[in-house]
Write a protein that binds this ligand. Structure first.
Ligand SMILES: Cc1ncc(COP(=O)(O)O)c(C=O)c1O
Length: 380
C-alpha cells in the first residue's frame, strides 16, 4: 500500500526471541530486562502518585523537581554541573530521546558514524532523518574503539558520531583515553556526538564510567542519554532523560514536543521522590550486577564456551566456536527450542558481521534462573 521508509527492517530480534522463548517455555536470557522488581519504595511512590491524582500532562521538559534531582545526581556521582532548566529534558525512554536528538540534528545527506555491533535503534533513526549511517566495526575480540577505522570513515558530510558505553551487546566500555581522543576529534572536525549511557551505573571490577559530560569538548557538542528503565529495573516504565548544552537541548525539545510532548507524570514524580530519599542507590548497582555476572560466569566454568567477563552492562557474551561453527542467528533459535535457553545473536547488530561466534546472554535475572541457565549451557 505504501513504499516502506525502512524497507530492510523487520520485527526486532528482541521481540522475536522473547516470543520464541515464551512459545518454547525457555529460560529467557535474550531481551535485556530484569526478572526482579524495582525497589519497593519506588513502586509504592508510583502507586501513591497515581492514586493522588497526578495523572495529567507534566511540563514538556519534565517535572522540575525531578530535573533538579537529576542535576544533583550528576553532581554527586560524576561531578558534572548541569542546568535543570535549560540542559535536562525528561523523555519517554532513551530510545525516544535518541530519536528526537537524531531528528533534531541530522539532515538529508548527512552521514552519521555508528560503531558495530550497534544498538538497533540508531540506524532507523538516522535513516528516517534522511541521513546515512556509516558503520565502523569495533576491534574484533576486544570490541575496543578502532581509531584508524574511525578516521577513515569520516567525510565532509559526517555530522554526528553515536557512541555507547557501557556497550550493548558486547559489555565493553570506552576508556578515558578514548574519550579524550573523541574530544579532540569532534572539536577538530566540528562534529556532534550522541552518547548513549543508559548502562552508566553498571561498570564492574572497580572500573569507572567515563561520561561524555565530563570532557568539556564533548560536553559542548553532545546529547547524552540515560534511562530509568535500566537504573531502577523498570524497563516497562519507559522513562529517561537527555542532557545537552542549551542550544542542542532547545532543538531536541522542538522535536520531543511533537513526538510525545511529555514523559509519564507519576513515573517522574516517583523517581524524584526515590532519588531524593535514596541518592546513593545507583552506586549500589555495580556490586549487585557484578555478583550476578560472577555467578553466571563461574557456573559456566565446566562448559565448552569461552568467555571474558563483561566489564559493563548486564550482558555477557559467550564464544561458542568450540561447540559449533553454525551462524549465531540459527544457533540461538535452535538452542531455544532444543535446550530451552534463549539468547541474542550479535551478528544482527552489524552491517557486515565478521567471522566470529558469539551469543549475548542477559544476566539481569534471579540467581536461580542464572544457575539453571548455566546448567543447561554446560550440557551443550
Ligand atoms: C544501548 C541501549 N540504548 C537504549 C536503550 C533503550 O532504553 P529505553 O528502554 O529507556 O528506551 C537500550 C535498551 O535496551 C539499550 O540497550
Amino acid at each position: 500500500m505504501i513504499e516502506s521508509k525502512l524497507p530492510h527492517m523487520g520485527t526486532t530480534i528482541f521481540t522475536r526471541m522473547s516470543a520464541l522463548a515464551d512459545e518454547c517455555n525457555a529460560l529467557n536470557l535474550s531481551q535485556g530486562f530484569p526478572d526482579f522488581d524495582a525497589p519497593q519504595a519506588l513502586l509504592e511512590s508510583m502507586a501513591r502518585h497515581v492514586m493522588a491524582g497526578h495523572n495529567q500532562y507534566a511540563p514538556m521538559a519534565g517535572v522540575m523537581r525531578l530535573r533538579e534531582q537529576l542535576a544533583a545526581q550528576l553532581a554527586l556521582h560524576r561531578h558534572i554541573d548541569s542546568d535543570p532548566a535549560t540542559e535536562i529534558t525528561v523523555v519517554p525512554g532513551a530510545t525516544a530521546g535518541i530519536f528526537c536528538a537524531v531528528m533534531a540534528c541530522v539532515r538529508p545527506g548527512d552521514e552519521v558514524i555508528v560503531f558495530d555491533p550497534c544498538y538497533d535503534s540508531y540506524q532507523p533513526a538516522v535513516e528516517l532523518a534522511g541521513g546515512r549511517a556509516v558503520h565502523v566495526p569495533l576491534t574484533p575480540g576486544s570490541f575496543a574503539l578502532d581509531r584508524d577505522r574511525l578516521e577513515a570513515a569520516l567525510s565532509k558530510r559526517t555530522r554526528l558520531i553515536m557512541i555507547n558505553s557501557p556497550h550493548n551487546p558486547t559489555g565493553s566500555t570506552l576508556t578515558k583515553e578514548d574519550l579524550l581522543y573523541l574530544e579532540e576529534l569532534v572539536d577538530r572536525r566540528k562534529l556532534l556526538v550522541l552518547s548513549d549511557e543508559v548502562y552508566e551505573h553498571l561498570v564492574f571490577d572497580n572500573g569507572i564510567h567515563h561520561s561524555a559530560l565530563q570532557f568539556p569538548g564533548l560536553r559542548a557538542r553532545s546529547f547524552v542519554l540515560f534511562s530509568f528503565g535500566k537504573t531502577f529495573s523498570v524497563t516497562g516504565w519507559k522513562t529517561g532523560y537527555c542532557v545537552a548544552p542549551e542550544a542542542l537541548t532547545m532543538e531536541m525539545r522542538k522535536v520531543h514536543q511533537f513526538v510525545s510532548f511529555v514523559a509519564v507524570t507519576p513515573v517522574q514524580l516517583a523517581v524524584a521522590d526515590f532519588l531524593q530519599a535514596e541518592p546513593d542507590y545507583p552506586a549500589t548497582l555495580a556490586g549487585f550486577y557484578q555478583h550476578k555476572r560472577d555467578l553466571f560466569c563461574a557456573a559456566l566454568g565446566n562448559s565448552r564456551f569461552k568467555l571474558t567477563p563483561s566489564s559493563g552492562t548486564y550482558f555477557q557474551l559467550l564464544d561458542y566456536s568450540a561447540i559449533s561453527q553454525d551462524p549465531d542467528t540459527e544457533l540461538c533459535e535452535q538452542w531455544t527450542r532444543q535446550h530451552g535457553i534463549a539468547s541474542i545473536p550479535i551478528s544482527i547488530f552489524y552491517e557486515q558481521p565478521p567471522h566470529q561466534h558469539f551469543l549475548r546472554f542477559c544476566f539481569a535475572k534471579s540467581d536461580q534462573v542464572l544457575t539453571a541457565a548455566a546448567e543447561r549451557l554446560c550440557e551443550i
